[in-house]
Write a protein that binds this ligand. Structure first.
Ligand code: PLP
Length: 892
């Protein structure tokens, strides 16, 4: 492309002009050292290649060292011993001259320090670290960029870029591997190392991710004292990473903790340390690990994390064909190029099989990636830049781990991350679960197997993404109790996922249903029950009209259609992590999969078969962030409505201020605001979250409780908006201006009678809601006390009959981070343990209690929780200590 060449040349010329003196000296350095390198290689009896390359790159400067390392993770360009030698770069580099240090401090640190020790405590290729005391007396560590490094990095990167581009013009292989593209992606990372303000931001981001972590600590920075060439942070004392023997903690446990910290960064945070060599770690008393130096930090997007997890998941299950395909999607720069060759797939399958079965005991991610990337290279591809940074991190990190504990079984100890969606911590534990369940629930097990022949899945909860490990089949339910087919009784914490606020088999809806059946059970024709339900709903949500539906999903579909018809606009905005039923629209970016930037997500279907145009047209927002309000404003011209769970089920709290600002933004732009209160309606109070938050939406979707235990849904809202579903009296006008909503069974007399009876009972017994608040608060306190007694990282949240248990040290604000970071395996396992102790809880769903739960029920839940946690602790679920290697076994 001539334009592109002119443009790039223009950029190059501009930069070059500024950097001319540095370019000349860098150029001379490269030519000079390249001649020496060539000569020494040619001489017989000279040093080995690795040593030579090390010396060559060291002399060329910091950029080459790093770029060489990163590129060296590709297909073993650098041999293992060279890599070993690179590690020593970090320990024996010379500091800058004292006069240069003083000049930097005078320029950037004037007035900051009461005293400053000029003897560095660490020296790297780009910067060195000193101790100092701030004028306010605080002891700090100060990282200072070495004089001249910035210019050298910039000049070197320009030259390297030009050389790679030049080589690309002359050498087809360089073009083919897109080394220029690879380098372009790395360049800002490499040159950005001397911008310490950027590093300060990275360090804070990692520190924030590890806030409250039981044993990982990142020193907090002092932003007001940071400059482009000075990074000031709290001073942390500890045993150097090179010396784990002095840490006063078992080496194998330290290694397990280090591995857990790496994996947490990669799988959960998507923000990882690229340089985890011993010099960047300290050990504090009690085995706490301090992470230092965020010059290079790699990022993985939501898609990257998803792909990485899906690859390992297939490997865990030894599904090699699938694993090979996922490997290519995840790691290859040009997946289609590699896939094009038939042999590639067969060879890759062989590599996977070998590494993930026979060699798991002395697992090395690096040796696996090395072999796989050689294969990619033979088939015209490369490991993508993001993942070469991960490979570099793994290379350094596994080297460090092997120094701390050569025996660490990396694969087995990483199971928490690579096999997150099962309750099994080990094969032994799986056998125990299976045996216990076989003994306790043989009839239920048989029923499940039998049902699989007729039903798409044996139970409702068995269908999709995270099917229950051991779904229950209920013979009878009464009040707060379930009895399974085998006669085991459980206190129920599912509430049937919402409808049974009064408890199972409550006499009020039961009597209403009987009467409605006796009256003929009409549907599609008018009935007094339908009127009563609508009158009750509109009284609870004043100044509204109602339309009845058969489920929450239908209510949402109706609301969206009415919003489009009323506004004449097409697009819908929704919030990430909010679920609105199983329609295409309702499941965009809902529970399982997220995409794009945290503050401005992109839409992604959460189910196969969703209409792409619906998904792609959806604007996905983040609850609680004002950025979302700006995005609504920007898109307002096309937006029919914004739909939100005002109290998202996953987090279980609501932000009244945000809801008010959201309502104001929508109002200002004529965008309709839809509250999905399918779960919260008549559960959190008589009415919904809107009554608690003092915010009135244009439309409200209801379901669950309003059907009294039978299928039901409704939309209530502004009469002029809901009125769009009312005929104009002119059929020609109706078809293009009125919304058609509802079906055969909507508002049928049996459901409506049950719903109206339950709502009437709730209205007439406001004490039910105060009772539920009291019981929820008691249970939250009780569960928290057991967590605290064991010192576990577990959040118990709950209010107004809804509860959540999340095994995570962090309390992330965004749902995507909550779901990514939580110890899913522990949640799933908890459900199995609780079952043993007489409590049914859905594995990954909000927990719900109801009016039928007695104090004795809740005490039983408390005891079951305490016993379960104790057993899970015993089984190693919450341990960051090493899981000892076992002699012979299959891959976990
Ligand atoms: N909206 C929310 C917030 C929900 O939680 C659900 C279901 O759990 C729905 C809508 C869909 O309701 P239904 O399952 O009745 O279709």
């Amino acid at each position: 492309m001539p334009h592109e060449i002119i443009f790039r040349t223009g950029g190059f010329m501009r930069d070059s002009w500024r950097l001319l003196p540095h370019l000349v000296s860098e150029g001379a350095r490269i030519v000079g050292w390249s001649c020496v390198f060539g000569l020494r290689r040619a001489l017989p009896g000279g040093p080995g290649d690795a040593e030579l390359l090390r010396g060559y790159l060291l002399r060329l400067g910091p950029l080459y060292v790093k770029a060489g390392q990163v590129l060296g993770t590709q297909s073993g360009v650098l041999a293992g011993d060279t890599v070993e030698q690179f590690r020593s770069f970090f320990s024996d580099l010379p500091p800058m001259r004292r006069d240069q240090l003083r000049a930097t401090l005078k320029r950037s640190g004037e007035g900051l320090f009461a005293d400053f020790d000029e003897e560095p405590i660490a020296v790297g290729s780009v910067a060195q670290v000193h101790t100092a005391r701030l004028v306010d007396g605080r002891r700090v560590a100060v990282k200072v960029v070495k004089t001249g490094v910035r210019e050298r990095l910039a000049a070197a990167s320009l030259i390297l870029d030009a050389l790679i581009r030049g080589a690309g013009l002359l050498v087809p292989a360089v073009r083919h591997y897109d080394l220029a593209g690879h380098f372009a992606a790395l360049r800002p990372l490499l040159t950005g190392q001397c911008d310490l303000l950027a590093e300060q931001a990275r360090q804070e981001a990692v520190a924030e991710n590890f806030r409250n972590h039981p044993y990982v600590r990142v020193p907090r920075t002092i932003p007001a004292a940071c400059r482009e060439d000075l990074l000031v942070m709290e001073y942390v004392r500890g045993v150097p990473g090179q010396d784990p023997g002095r840490a006063g903690h078992r080496r194998e446990d330290l290694a397990a903790r280090l591995l857990d910290a790496f994996n947490t960064m990669v799988y959960f945070h998507g923000l990882f340390h690229v340089d985890p060599h011993p010099g960047n770690f300290l050990f504090e008393p009690g085995g706490r690990i301090v992470l230092l130096d965020f010059g290079l930090v790699g990022r993985l997007s939501e898609d990257d994390k998803w792909n990485l997890s899906s690859f390992y998941f297939a490997c865990v299950r030894q599904e090699w064909e699938r694993a090979a395909d996922r490997f290519t999607t995840t790691f290859a720069q040009h997946p289609d190029r590699a896939r094009g060759s038939g042999e590639y797939h067969a060879e890759l399958t062989g590599i996977l099989r070998r590494h993930f079965t026979t060699e798991t005991g002395h697992w090395s991610t690096m040796s696996f990636l090395d072999e796989a990337s050689r294969l990619l290279r033979r088939h015209g591809s490369l490991i993508s830049t993001r993942f070469s940074l991960l490979a570099l991190s793994t290379l350094t990190g596994e080297g460090f781990l092997s120094q701390v504990d050569p025996q660490l079984d990396i694969w087995r100890n990483g199971r928490k991350f690579t096999d997150r969606f099962s309750p099994y911590l080990s094969d032994d534990l799986r056998d125990t679960f299976e045996r216990e369940l076989r003994d306790r629930t043989p009839i239920t097990g048989a029923a499940r197997r039998d049902a699989a022949r007729y039903l798409v899945a044996p139970t409702h909860f068995d269908r999709f993404v995270l099917p229950a490990a051991y779904p229950i089949v209920v013979a009878k339910a009464s009040g707060s109790r379930l009895t399974d087919l085998d006669g085991n009784e459980y206190v129920d914490l599912s509430g049937g996922f919402g409808p049974h606020l009064l408890g199972y088999g409550h006499p009020v809806p039961a009597a209403a249903i009987r009467r409605a059946v006796d009256s003929g059970g009409v549907n599609a024709l008018g009935s007094p029950a339908e009127l009563t339900l609508a009158r009750t709903l509109t009284a609870a949500f004043p100044a509204t009209l109602a339309v009845l539906a058969n489920s929450g999903t239908e209510a949402v579909q109706m609301a969206v259609r009415m919003a489009r018809a009323h506004t004449g606009r097409q697009r819908v905005a929704k919030f990430e992590g909010h679920y609105h039923g199983f329609s295409d629209q309702g499941m965009v970016s809902s529970w399982f999969r997220y995409r794009g930037e945290a503050n401005a997500p992109s839409p992604v279907a959460n189910s196969a078969g969703a209409q792409h145009s619906v998904v792609d047209q959806t604007l996905v927002l983040q609850y609680g962030l004002d950025e979302s309000l700006h995005r609504i404003t920007d898109a307002a011209g096309d937006l029919a409505c914004v739909i939100v769970e005002p109290m998202p089920s996953v987090t279980g709290g609501f932000d009244a201020g945000f809801l008010r600002r959201l309502a104001a933004t929508c109002r200002a732009h004529g965008v309709l605001l839809v509250f999905d209160e399918v779960v919260t309606g008549f559960r959190v109070t008589y009415g919904g979250v809107q009554h608690l938050a003092g915010v009135t939406p244009d439309l409200t979707c209801l379901g669950k409780i309003i059907g009294g235990g039978l299928p039901c849904g409704a939309v209530v809202g502004r009469p002029d908006v809901v009125g769009v579903a009312r005929s104009s009296g002119d059929p020609f006008l109706d078809v293009h201006s009125r919304a058609f909503v509802g079906g055969t069974m909507s508002g049928n007399s049996i459901t409506a009678a049950a719903g109206a009876a339950v709502l009437g009972h709730l209205r007439d017994h406001p004490g039910i809601y105060t009772g539920l608040e009291r019981k929820t608060a008691w249970l939250v306190g009780e569960l928290r006390s057991h967590v605290a007694a064991l010192g576990l990282s577990c959040e118990i949240s709950g209010q107004r009959s809804l509860l959540g248990i999340t095994f995570d040290y962090a309390r992330p604000k965004l749902i995507r981070d909550r779901l990514a970071g939580s110890h899913t395996k522990a949640n799933i396992a908890l459900a199995c343990y609780m079952r043993k102790h007489g409590v049914y809880l859905p594995e990954l769903h909000t927990l719900m209690i109801g009016d039928a739960h007695t104090d004795a029920d809740l005490e039983l839940v408390g005891r079951a929780f305490a016993q379960s946690l104790a057993e899970m602790t015993q089984a190693g679920f919450f341990s960051f200590e090493s899981t000892p290697p076992v002699p012979a076994r299959s891959a976990p």
